[in-house]
Design a protein around this ligand. Sequence first.
Ligand code: GLN
Length: 471
Amino acid sequence: MSSFTRWIGLLTDPKTFDSYMRYVEQVEPRIGAFIQFDPHLGLRGSSPEGLLRGVPFAVKDILAVKGFRLTCGSRILEGFVSPYTATVVEKLQRAGAVVVGKTNMDEFGMGSSTDTSFYKQTCNPWDPERVAGGSSGGSAAAVASGMVPFALGSDTGGSVRQPAAFCGIYGLKPTYGVVSRYGLVAYASSLDVVGVCAASVEMTEEIFALIRGKDERDQTSLEEAGTSGVEGFHEKNSNKIVRKIGFVSGNLGLDSGVERAYQKTQEVLRSLGYEVQPIELSMLEYYAPVYYTIATAEASANLARYTGIRYGYRPEYAENPEELVRKARSEGFGEEVKLRILLGTFVLRSGFQDQYYQRAQRIRTAIRKDFDRVFQEVDVILSPVFPTQAFKHGSEGLDPFQQKVADRFTTAANLAGIPALSFPAGLEDGLPVGFQLMAPVFGEELLFQVARRFAEAVPPLKAPFNTSPWS
Ligand code: GLN
């Protein structure tokens, strides 16, 4: 676990613990990455031994950690404390890593800015006037500002990769099902995966190797044959070598900074000896509409459980149970979440399912087949993550509709169930740009391989707000 050397033991030695706390006290007020920060509480849940002993990490507030709050960035879960811990978190705690806190996010994972959280705004460590991206913006900002070496997030349509790109770090969306979702609050169940934000490729790989694998408590989790354990995984995958990289071509509608960086990235990959060729993703224009049909449909069902009765926000007064539920939901959910529940019930309403939901499912199958076709020609795909760099908070930024249209590149991997890795590719106009690599299912190792070589040529850079002595 050499990539964590500087962080090992940090929280288990009282002296370094104090200097860590001082660093966070200085940085966090300007970034706002955390909804709850409590390393003392975290220490109680971790093994004092293991490869990651005393290494701090942060957890998106959509994953359960016993004793910590679990709000999903929503008022409707205000005050709720989790009675149990997600499998992914437990695996890291067993390796000695310490949860220092829960990170800010767009409410229930719905957004691309982290500005729709009920609790606070998260600022980009490269420029606080800009968003960190979303929905795992708190996790990405915590890593980019040097408060933690890695953090967990969730990715339903790009929520790990997009904030990673905005903050200049790595963001992995694993193959659907490869990481347990026990303890992950559901947004859209056929798309949700737990992902990793980290400061280096090596860290991303090591954390992925630790958290992956079948979990008896999650029926949808699975294991690639012959890859049981960290060694098995590396052994099975180490002999495949990437030669051909297909970059998504055509009129992609990229901002000039992203466009320039996209050209440069292709040239760097070519100079590293890869065969870099254009590919056409014929279904590209359907990704966002199909994603928003399926994701809102599933969200409307998943979010039916928040009634104000069993947990979370409860209105002061109600005449009867119906009114209690109505008030809890109207006061507890934010605008974006309400919009999506309405959209979801609209596409599922009786008599019209064939027009929207089932049609979206058929197009989703066609999208998968299109990726199968492309992976006959190339080993991995290079694509933009987002058409812009980190945008400004509020009305100077992108409105909610523009943000949805901009999800056209990331939603593909979720719809197809394939792994994708967002990696930093230098700066344009002083802000980071990130691109993503996509591979066939179980192809994570191929992504790491290319990203590792790319980092030798274009090393990741530290954000101005990152003065951490450990990163
Ligand atoms: N931006 C997308 C959305 O708003 C992605 C969210 C996610 O991956 N959780 O739905």
